[in-house]
Design a protein around this ligand. Structure first.
Ligand SMILES: Nc1nc2c(c(=O)[nH]1)N[C@H]1C(S)=C(S)[C@@H](COP(=O)(O)OP(=O)(O)OC[C@H]3O[C@@H](n4cnc5c(=O)[nH]c(N)nc54)[C@H](O)[C@@H]3O)O[C@H]1N2
Ligand SMILES: Nc1nc2c(c(=O)[nH]1)N[C@H]1C(S)=C(S)[C@@H](COP(=O)(O)OP(=O)(O)OC[C@H]3O[C@@H](n4cnc5c(=O)[nH]c(N)nc54)[C@H](O)[C@@H]3O)O[C@H]1N2
Ligand code: SF4
Ligand SMILES: [Mo]
Length: 709
């Protein structure tokens, strides 16, 4: 038996693990108590890391659609040759826009996958790029483009005296999505340490989550009312003079427009519409506005709701008026060790509204950070004309499950001329694919923590070798894209290197070294520390002074109230909802899975896989008990579920995890859980600019089950 260390790569918390390996089998996984960041913590998924390699359902060979509509094994060289030829033919006949790319969450978990996927993508010249971000927090990209952003990034949780977390539960999600500032590594202990130091925590969430239970102020709002809440908070902060006047003078030319636009959101109106006590609303505004350092940051909650773009804009605007950004000389958040860590200046990057310029798809959308909305993929596949999508490559994602309107998505994916999915499991997307490429999984690949450094608040780095050998028939994600490019006669440019067709394929370690070429600490030094290491001696990177051209005189400031935001705000209703017996369905992350990753593993998922959580008062009102079978019906669909009592919910709210269910167009198999995306619409209620659908604060009626369970 040998004992070895690695870190988990199912999510970016990168928990340190100790593994017992006996005769090529992992017999035990525990948290690594000597790990400098996570100090022994793991979640249940990390303890199943080896199962992702050994589970009977894990693919050990790539698959190709056979003549009966099933799949047969295919050698990777053969698959790459055939895919290259078909892509070549499709592009020759219809142009590059006939080929599309969808990247999902797992493309970001291995540090090399996304860079090689995108480098390959660039060689094709197609503009049909999609990712899970447009069913996640696209409002953050929209906000950066409309409001502008602070070049030096965010303040640090560890320096803050107050922090407001909105619609995120990082003690379970370990991430909060795009950026929350929360110390995700060993979050619970870190949070308690920061609170002992004096941090005041404000949480906005319709559920008393694991995080909200530790808050000094918890605003348990009615789902979907974030935009009203933040309009009200800004009105109080500016009205009571709690904003940062010097910062606003320099960087916020539209402060008066903002003040006027939020004036109707008085404390009484806001508190009634959001369903919170006026006193709590006032306290939140005063504690936040009265603090010196610390931000309001959000996860998926407000960004998946009915006013996502506006809500996110107002959340960031609260930071803007309070000047909650690192200044000249402050330490920057996110610490590079294996990256180069260049200082950035204390100035505003002006809003660029990039989607208003350049390519516009026939569906009417411009490119948001280079991407089209995931919900528009079926229209793009079914559309007429020369830019109809005929081929799709899916890297580390599962759009058949992740995107609202499941039946429509599965139908569209099935109708493609060519669908290639890289996935270690026969995911719902893989099942309707022409080729399924079987990749190396986490524990079988060497990697470094370089790509997670933006989420770390200490200068930490770890290298891990592969712990288990990969089966013969699988290929690393990055290598698949390199070889596919080569087979199409294209060179790839990645991390300062050119990879020309026909050249020998480097090892993963060799490629990792090329990414660390400009590291602040040499990769060889990092490799000497099997538990990872915090490089305390590494000087903090400090924010640089603003450049001479920065400042309102030069036209660069935050645009707090551009015309489209003003129009959205003027349409925003601030009235208390009336009770018609329907409940608000909200999003919730399950500890056992990462979206749909893990749903196939034997033993990891519970029974029932994704219960519908409901407050005991609502259960009693509906004559239900914990464990009752029910149906949930929205304006867009109906699913069956099992209810579980949950006192942490606001009355009138139900919550359920996504990522479950099967690929069937009509319904889900009884033991696979239910797909909440059957209740959501891919066409109604979409956000402008991003096409982001509404995934939370969805009205549902809870009734008798459709089928007898
Ligand atoms: N109703 C509802 N829908 C939602 C959400 C919600 O809250 N509610 N959340 C949304 C969010 S935030 C997101 S990000 C999306 C997720 O959208 P996606 O990223 O499209 O979905 P995932 O389920 O994360 O897909 C990950 C896939 O990667 C595969 N995989 C695992 N390891 C590897 C690997 O090493 N290599 C490769 N190539 N593949 C691997 C897994 O088997 C899985 O099929 O879903 C969205 N959908
Ligand atoms: N275990 C696990 N971890 C994950 C994932 C997973 O599936 N499982 N997915 C990963 C991915 S892809 C992402 S993007 C991140 C997401 O990370 P988070 O955004 O932290 O996700 P959640 O934990 O669902 O937190 C969202 C919170 O929003 C609340 N909420 C719901 N509706 C509203 C609303 O209208 N307003 C407000 N203010 N709050 C609301 C919910 O009650 C919930 O507590 O998590 C990542 N981590
Ligand atoms: S999935 Fe769990 S064990 Fe793995 S990194 Fe994330 S929190 Fe840690
Ligand atoms: Mo996500």
């Amino acid at each position: 038996m040998t004992r070895t260390t690695t870190y988990c790569r199912i999510c970016p918390a990168a928990c340190g693990l100790v593994l017992d390996v006996d005769d090529g089998r992992v017999t035990k996984i525990t948290g690594d108590p000597q790990h400098a960041l996570t100090r022994g913590f793991t979640c249940v998924k990390g303890r199943y890391l080896a199962d992702f390699a050994t589970d009977p359902a894990r693919l050990r060979s790539s698959r190709r659609r056979d003549s009966q509509g099933g799949h047969e094994d295919v050698a990777i060289d053969v698959a790459i040759g055939e895919i290259a030829a078909r892509l070549h033919d499709i592009i020759a006949a219809h142009g590059p826009d006939a080929v599309a790319l969808y990247t999902g969450t797992q493309a970001s978990m291995a540090s090399l996958t996304l860079p090689f996927t995108l480098a390959f993508w660039k060689t094709l010249g197609s503009r049909k790029q999609f990712s899970s971000m447009t069913v996640d927090q696209a409002a953050k990209w929209v906000t950066e483009g409309r409001l502008g952003r602070w070049a030096a990034g965010a303040q640090r949780f560890a320096d803050a005296d107050v922090w407001m977390l909105v619609g995120t539960n990082p003690l379970v999600s370990m991430q909060g999505g795009y950026f929350t500032g929360f110390p995700i590594h060993d979050g619970m202990r870190r949070l308690l340490e920061e609170k002992r130091r004096g941090l005041q925590l404000i949480v906005v969430d319709p559920r008393r989550t694991e995080l909200a239970a530790r808050a000094d102020i918890h605003l348990q709002i009615i789902p979907g009312t974030d935009a009203v809440l933040f309009a009200g908070l800004i009105a109080i902060v500016i009205g009571e003079g709690l904003h940062d006047k010097a910062f606003c003078d320099r960087w916020v030319p539209g402060l008066d427009d903002l003040r006027r636009a939020v004036a109707r959101f008085t404390p009484d109106v806001t508190a009634a519409a959001c369903g919170v006590p006026v006193s709590d609303l006032l306290s939140a505004a005063r504690v936040f506005g009265g603090g010196h350092r610390g931000m309001a940051t959000s996860g998926t909650g407000p960004d998946m709701g009915p006013s996502a773009n506006l809500a996110e804009h107002l959340i960031q605007t609260l930071n803007v008026v309070c000047g909650r950004f690192p200044r000249d000389g402050d330490a920057m958040a996110g610490v590079s060790v294996l990256g180069s860590g260049k200082p950035r200046p204390a100035e505003v990057l002006a809003p660029d509204r990039h989607w208003e310029h350049g390519y516009r798809s026939p569906t009417g959308y411009g490119l948001l950070n280079g991407e089209l909305p995931a919900v528009s993929l079926p229209d793009e596949i079914g559309g007429a004309g020369s830019d109809r999508i005929r081929a799709l490559i899916v890297s580390g994602g599962n759009p058949a499950v992740a995107v609202p309107g499941k039946a429509r998505m599965v139908d569209a994916l099935s109708s493609l001329d060519l669908l290639v999915t890289i996935d270690p499991f026969m995911s719902e997307t893989a099942q309707v694919s022409d080729y399924v490429i079987a990749p190396v999984v986490h524990i079988e690949r060497p990697d470094t923590t370089r790509s997670y450094e933006g989420l770390m608040d200490r200068p930490f780095a770890q290298y891990t070798p592969a712990v288990l050998p990969a089966p013969e028939g699988v290929i690393d994600d990055w290598e698949f894209f390199l070889r596919l490019a080569g087979a199409m006669g294209n060179s790839l440019h990645v991390a300062g290197r050119e990879y020309v067709p026909g050249a020998p394929i480097p090892t993963t370690d060799d490629v990792l070294a090329s990414f660390a070429a400009r590291a602040r600490i040499p990769l060889d030094e990092v490799k000497r520390h099997p538990h990872g290491i915090v490089f305390d001696a590494l000087a903090e990177v400090r924010v640089a002074p603003p450049s001479d051209s920065a400042g309102p005189g030069h036209g660069t400031g935050f645009d707090v109230m551009p015309a489209d935001v003003a129009a959205e705000l003027s349409m925003l209703e601030a009235t208390a909802p009336h009770d018609d017996g329907r409940l608000h369905l909200i999003v919730r992350r399950a500890k056992e899975v990462m979206n749909s990753t893990g749903t196939q593993l034997v033993g990891l998922v519970r029974d029932p896989p994704n219960p519908c959580h409901m407050h005991p008062d609502d259960l009693a009102r509906a004559g239900l008990v914990h464990g009752s079978a029910v149906s949930l019906t929205s304006d867009h669909g109906s699913i069956d579920a099992v209810v579980h009592a949950d006192v942490t919910l606001r009355v009138g709210v139900v919550s359920m995890s996504h990522g479950f269910g099967g690929p069937g167009v009509d319904g889900d198999p009884p033991d696979a859980g239910s797909s909440t995306n059957r209740l959501l619409s891919p066409t109604a209620d979409l956000q402008p600019i991003s096409g982001m659908p509404r995934l939370t604060a969805v009205l549902v009626r809870v009734g008798a089950p459709r089928t007898s369970v």
